[in-house]
Design a protein around this ligand. Structure first.
Ligand code: SF4
Ligand code: SF4
Length: 93
């Protein structure tokens, strides 16, 4: 059996994003957050730090719903699963 890398496995998944983000950042809390673990920990690399503004932004469309950002965020992140029929569909384990 061929061994796939994590990125290759993730590429097999299908994601149907809903229009409204299911995770919402509070810009004030993100500004005050020193460690910003979401930037390093999200396996889909959906959190980015703008070099121009220094603000943390988030793109919900590729979310794997793993909950890592929720577990690590020190600021009570507004996190929920997408509505039924939306979100990730795992196809490899
Ligand atoms: S860890 Fe939470 S509060 Fe800190 S930057 Fe990320 S989302 Fe914002
Ligand atoms: S739930 Fe997982 S994939 Fe989605 S944004 Fe958080 S860390 Fe990234």
């Amino acid at each position: 059996m061929k061994t796939l890398s994590v990125d290759q496995k993730l590429a097999l998944d299908a994601i149907k994003p809903q229009d409204e983000p299911h995770i919402r950042l509070d810009p004030g809390k993100c500004r005050a957050c020193k460690a910003r673990p979401c930037l390093q920990a999200c396996p889909a690399h959906l959190y980015t730090l703008s070099p121009e503004t220094g603000e943390v932004t988030f793109e919900h469309a590729g979310c794997l719903e793993c909950g890592t950002c929720l577990a690590l965020c020190p600021e009570d992140l507004d996190w929920s699963y997408p509505a039924g029929g939306f979100g990730v569909q795992y196809r490899h384990g």
